[in-house]
Design a protein around this ligand. Structure first.
Ligand code: PEP
Length: 249
């Protein structure tokens, strides 16, 4: 397995002081000495510029949690992909289920956002995943196929894209699918990406209640190329435990 990609999604958490404290946990050059994973940290927009330098010193990359679907202009309160690039981001999460639910974002909007991210020279982390109801009805693979087909731009296949499989019911709940379910979902995503011409898409991340206790087992599954971590990324000791799980791969 190539080095896993571990993404920390801080969501709407951390004051600036807390963010600085988080960064202070990691020794300078951590990435050079212990680099077992590629690590991307996605703070809130307002913290990007403050933590960027420190994250780089540690050896982590910078990402954002969202961006506007438009390039620029009269969109009060929105932040463009180009602004995020300017702030030092290499990755942008798009289509997180909290955006899809709380802000009614749909697949075409997610696709527009991916295009903006690509156009600004960054990599989108496109989130997909079924709800509990869809899972109960046995529609998981159907939902994943639909979201992948509609959320990825069809004419940019030469670009690199990261897909994150995040079952909505597993996010922040402490519930994790059976390992077989994760394995099957990832194999399905890989198949769909290949059928859509995105053979180069990599890696496919798993997200949803990842902890240092389950990270090792999940990272060992076929087609799992990394993790998207919410709650457990906020406490450096816990996040460090997850990164340690990646050292074996
Ligand atoms: C997420 O927000 O993408 C996520 C996976 O959250 P958590 O790890 O808290 O379930």
């Amino acid at each position: 397995m190539t080095r896993p990609l571990i993404v920390a999604n801080w969501k709407m958490n951390m004051t600036l002081e807390e963010a600085r404290g988080w960064c202070a946990f990691w020794p300078k050059d951590w990435g050079v000495k212990k680099r077992a994973a590629n690590v991307v940290v996605c703070p809130s927009f307002v913290q990007l510029l403050f933590v960027q330098g420190r994250l780089l010193e540690i050896g982590f990359e910078l990402g954002a949690q969202d961006c506007a679907a438009e390039a620029m202009g009269a969109h009060t309160g929105d932040v463009s992909a180009l602004m995020l690039k300017d702030a030092g981001c290499h990755y942008v999460i798009v289509g997180h289920s909290e955006r899809r639910t709380n802000h009614r974002e749909n697949d075409p909007m997610v696709c527009q956002k991916s295009i903006q991210v690509f156009s600004s020279g960054m990599t989108p982390i496109v989130c997909i995943g079924e709800t509990l109801d869809e899972r109960t009805k046995g529609k998981t693979h159907e939902v994943l196929t639909r979201q992948l087909t509609r959320s990825l731009p069809h004419d940019l296949k030469e670009k690199n894209v990261v897909v994150a499989y995040e079952p909505v019911w597993a996010i922040g709940t402490g519930k994790v699918p059976a390992m077989d379910e994760i394995k099957n979902a990832h194999a399905h995503i890989f198949e769909v990406l290949t059928s859509l011409g995105w053979e180069g898409a990599k890696p496919i991340l798993y997200g949803g209640s990842v902890t240092s206790d389950n990270a090792f087992e999940i990272l060992g599954l076929p087609f799992v190329g990394g993790l998207l971590v919410g709650g457990a990324s906020l406490i450096p000791e816990k996040f460090d435990g997850i990164l340690k799980a990646a050292e074996v791969f």
